[in-house]
Design a protein around this ligand. Sequence first.
Ligand code: FIX
Ligand code: ZN
Length: 434
Amino acid sequence: MAATSVKSPNRKEVPSSARRIKPAEIADEALDVLASTQVIDIHTHLYSPAFGRIGLWGIDELLTYHYLEAEFFRSSDTTPEEYWKLSKIERADAIWKALFVENSPVSESTRGVIAVLSAFGLPTEASGLQEARRFFAAQSIETHIRKVLQIAGISDVVMTNDPLDPEERAVWMGGGQNHPQFHAVLRLDRILWGWPQHWQQLASEGYAVDEHGSGKSVSEVRRFLADWHKRMRPLYMAVSLADTFQFPDESVTGQLLSEAVLPSCRELGLPMSLMIGVRRQVNPRLRLAGDAVGKADLRAVENLCRSFPDNRFLVSVLSRENQHELAVYARKFNNLMPFGCWWFLNNPSIVEEVTRERMELLGTSFIPQHSDARVLEQVIYKWQNTRRTLAPILANAYQLLHADGAEITRQKIQRDVNRLFRANFEKWTGPLRA
Ligand code: FIX
Ligand code: ZN
């Protein structure tokens, strides 16, 4: 049982967490604090049980994750057209054979599946998936979610909720969800850049909008946002934007963002999340796996943060080349919160580079990571990798601090890790835990 207090030289009781730790102890303390601190996963594509089959979990979903589909087409002669004709089980079997049996699963995403199987004591060298399928089929989703979040060290999962997705809309119109560990986000892609394809859906729901976003469109979009805020109680509003995004500009996107969405965020007290840098469908044959990355012009972020000082922006950018610039902008605007090593950046080599430069420029005033998980059990490996990659980065920061003359205690490490993975987010959304 660890001592809870130690005698200081002047005999005063000092809680052990306030005890000065030696440089040689720093790495273990950092690792232990990260391992024992539950995180808020601020951006995922997971769903609570109320959403039924929209929520993905189990071995066949893990293997047909679009990250793995992209890797599959590099290690198999199967064409995308042939692949899409297969059933989900046939696709999973094909991916398992090509990426796990015929080749070593050394990529971030393939190794992640191994970590999940291992976490449940399932075979990682099997030629087939029968045993894994039997295991997952035997789980009840409510219990399984509790176990997965406990293994992953997550207290809260923030979802991505699209009010214009017909399947998801039906759940919200039928009463929505109230799982204490799942929180909604109002995702606005179909409004902000999908307006030409989706404005009629709003009109059909009784909002007096038109193709050009003119007339009463702005006030009606604000009414739409207020209605969905009441229904979803979202923690923030969000949009994913292409690498070509510019602001200000004459587009409907720019108009609706500045005249409808950002004023509604201010009125409702919500942050706005901007995820910038996707080059959509560079290879449509791969479907969801067909998106790529492009360097964005972050003067759009500069203009937004400066023009809307009362809005709070959560920003994640997809290009490695934009990361240093984003961290510098965060030094200029305290209404800008950089978050995560998104998508193609969520690999240890890049997470290390990005997190170190953020800490050197921003201290602990940023949010290091989110999982972007689409399949429930992915959070197990995504957060195991985040903790594994961040521990030495934190340890190095404290060792440098100690070498330069500061005292290091577990209490300070715990305060900093809480800020990185909880308080920075809750400062903008309000406390998530009662
Ligand atoms: O826009 C987004 O939320 C992206 O994260 C997704 O579109 C993307 O497919 C993804 O899941 C990346 O991790
Ligand atoms: Zn995402």
